[in-house]
Design a protein around this ligand. Structure first.
Ligand code: CP
Length: 306
């Protein structure tokens, strides 16, 4: 795997391998290879708390050296293009680039950059490491995806998390359903739309999505009112109480408390929202190792024994 740009880049075997590798690191069953002589740069052209900080910790645990990059103090402010920024980092010796950008498929213009790229989110396109950490969290809970009923609820059209997760969860054998206001439905995702109140007591996992105000065009927001959204599509206490005993609640975060989920439910017993963030660091260690692995690095055989 040269790059990780989309969940479409991964086979189901590779998804399982990355999740098992991350779990093995987390459980202390695998000591990951160190990359003390490798350099990484994190290029975040969009805001981030979890993804950026967990990549930073993962990189430092693996011994990587950081090439500092901030859009506000870089030559991006002088009009430098994304391609020229990445080409510069290639020339100064970056071994891997982690990139988040508001432009969907920004990586199409980086095909001739000779440094592996990990996509940390492209516009409303993909967020593969979020999808993988979500899969890791589900796998910890259920140890299978076959016949799991998963409801993804919220701003489907503008969510790279919804798109990444739908593709991979379907490939892994889960039944994915969607629930969304009409304005935020996405006909390119081939899953049934359901009324949340009809299915909430049947699902194993409810995945709530953040309302993506920053990606909305006028037509997307004219109908939006927080209280109304919460009542119609949010996880209220009433809906939470109808969940199956073993069901779990997920959200990629940041959470708009009181909108997608009632404030007190964010850390309720069925919530795995902060577990997702913990898993994200281990999963990103696994992805970086997978990208950088060389002859003699830990093998698939090692992982499969874990
Ligand atoms: N889930 C997620 O991508 O969070 P951040 O925007 O804080 O990185």
């Amino acid at each position: 795997m040269d790059n990780l740009l989309s969940m479409e880049d991964l086979t189901t075997n590779e998804i399982y391998e990355l999740v098992k590798r991350a779990s093995a690191i987390k459980n202390g069953e695998l000591q990951p290879q160190r990359y003390d002589n490798k350099f990484v740069s994190n290029l975040f052209f969009e805001n981030s708390t979890r993804t950026k900080s967990s990549f930073l910790v993962a990189e430092q645990k693996l011994g990587l050296k950081l090439i500092d990059f901030e859009t506000t103090t870089s030559s991006v402010q002088k009009g430098e293009t994304l391609y020229d920024t990445c080409k510069t980092l290639e020339q100064v010796g970056a071994d891997v680039l982690v990139i988040r950008h508001s432009q969907t498929t920004y990586y199409d213009e980086l095909k001739s950059i000779n440094v592996p790229i990990i996509n940390a989110g492209d516009g409303s396109g993909q967020h593969p490491t979020q999808s993988l950490l979500d899969i890791m969290t589900k796998y910890e809970e259920f140890q299978t995806f076959e016949d799991l009923n998963i409801l993804i609820c919220g701003d489907i059209k503008n969510s790279r998390v919804a798109r990444s997760n739908f593709q991979s969860l379907t490939a892994l054998g889960a039944n994915v359903m969607l629930s969304s206001p009409d304005a935020w439905k996405d006909s390119s995702i081939d899953a049934p739309y359901e009324d949340i109140d009809t299915v909430i007591d049947k699902v194993d996992i409810v995945m709530l999505l953040r309302v993506q105000h920053e990606r909305h065009k006028d037509g997307d927001t004219t109908q939006f009112e927080e209280t109304d959204y919460h009542e119609r599509f949010g996880l209220t206490k009433e809906r939470y109480n109808r969940l199956k005993t073993q069901a779990i609640v997920m959200h990629p975060a940041p959470v708009n408390r009181g909108v997608e989920i009632e404030h007190s439910l964010v850390e309720a017993s069925k919530s795995r929202i902060f577990k997702q963030m913990e898993n994200g660091m281990y999963l990103r260690m696994a992805v970086i190792g997978y990208i950088l692995q060389t002859e003699g690095a830990e093998t698939n055989e090692t992982i499969n024994k874990c």
